[in-house]
Design a protein around this ligand. Structure first.
Ligand code: GH3
Ligand code: MG
Ligand code: MG
Ligand code: MG
Length: 291
């Protein structure tokens, strides 16, 4: 997770208002737009943490912009503070109805605006942190089980005919723990996760399903090509030299089970077949790929 300067987008059809905000919010990375169209272009391109949004603007007003953002998956969680000359109850109510998180009337008190911006940025950072914790495995930095299934499901919906799974399990890992201790076992898991991750094509979903078991969901071309990829992972890992405090481990191996999507499959049944293939790989000697 990065901790870059938060990016704030200020949208107002009056240049002078934007200039005031630019100098007031100098501690943030601040972008400005003079109309809705320009604002949407910037939001499309940049990762925005907070939007300060005027309401009365020609062509597209602030409410309309906010409604659009809230209806779009990628932008629905960006907090919007309305910053407007309006102060009637109806306008305030509508601002919250369309998804605004705060409402500030112009002319505003500078320190109050700064404080209210800071609250939203802090809240956004906290949400990001929680999202990260709910999605990534702390030890390896790859997807955890929950996020793996969520992302796998997205891939499944996009490519219901060309989906492939690889289930990966480290061989005799208990022996590694028993011989070298749990911390060295952790180093091995991390190294193997990183090796798998860097050897996968783009748009592949990789997750740690548990202990020393990983899974891959990918759009592929054939079972043979997927088997070749699994074989490449197996070979690469068997050649690793894994350094730890008191030495270097070699010849750590994995077993892989590969499956291709069949009609009526769900993500679960696709993965179950890869699991059965993995079981066969274990039963017939380990350090191999079965499908
Ligand atoms: P197999 O070849 O049949 O897979 O044998 P194995 O020893 O790898 O399989 P088994 O499932 O018996 O053992 C897996 C071990 O992984 C047991 C568990 O203590 C260990 N383990 C699970 N999670 C972690 C972890 O986060 N860190 C470490 N160091 N060990 C873990
Ligand atoms: Mg205006
Ligand atoms: Mg194992
Ligand atoms: Mg296991």
């Amino acid at each position: 997770m990065q901790n870059d300067l938060p990016v704030i987008l200020a949208v107002d059809d009056t240049r002078e208002n934007l200039n005031i905000l630019l100098s007031l919010l100098a501690e943030y990375d601040i972008l400005v737009a003079l109309d809705g169209k320009k604002a949407l272009e910037i939001i499309d391109r940049e990762k925005i943490d907070l939007i300060l949004l005027d309401i009365s603007m020609p062509e597209m007003d602030g409410y309309e912009i906010c409604r659009l953002l809230k209806a779009t998956e990628r932008t629905k969680d960006i907090p919007v503070i309305f910053l407007t000359a309006k102060d009637d109850e109806e306008s305030i109510e509508l601002a919250y109805d369309v998804g605004g998180v705060d409402f500030i009337t112009k002319p505003f008190k500078p320190r109050e605006l700064l404080a209210r911006v800071k609250i939203q940025i802090d809240f956004r950072n906290m949400v990001r942190k929680l999202e990260y914790m709910a999605s990534y495995d702390t030890m390896t930095g790859i997807y955890n089980r929950r996020k793996f299934f969520e992302q796998g499901q997205i891939l499944f919906s996009a490519h219901p005919r060309d989906l492939y799974a690889i289930v990966i399990d480290i061989d005799n890992f208990k022996t590694v723990n028993d011989t070298y201790g749990h911390p060295v076992g952790d180093i091995v898991i991390r190294k193997i996760a990183r090796t798998i991750s860097t050897n996968l094509p783009k748009n592949t979903v990789l997750g740690r399903l548990g202990g020393e078991e990983f899974a891959v969901i990918m759009k592929g071309t054939s079972i043979e090509a997927t088997r070749d990829l699994a074989e490449h992972l197996r070979k690469t890992i068997s050649k690793l030299k894994i350094h730890h405090d008191s030495g270097c481990l070699e010849h750590i191996t994995i077993s892989n089970g590969v499956s291709k999507i069949c009609p009526n499959d769900t993500l679960d049944t696709l993965l179950n077949r890869a699991d059965e293939a993995l079981y066969e790989a274990k039963e017939t000697g380990r350090n191999k790929v079965c499908f």
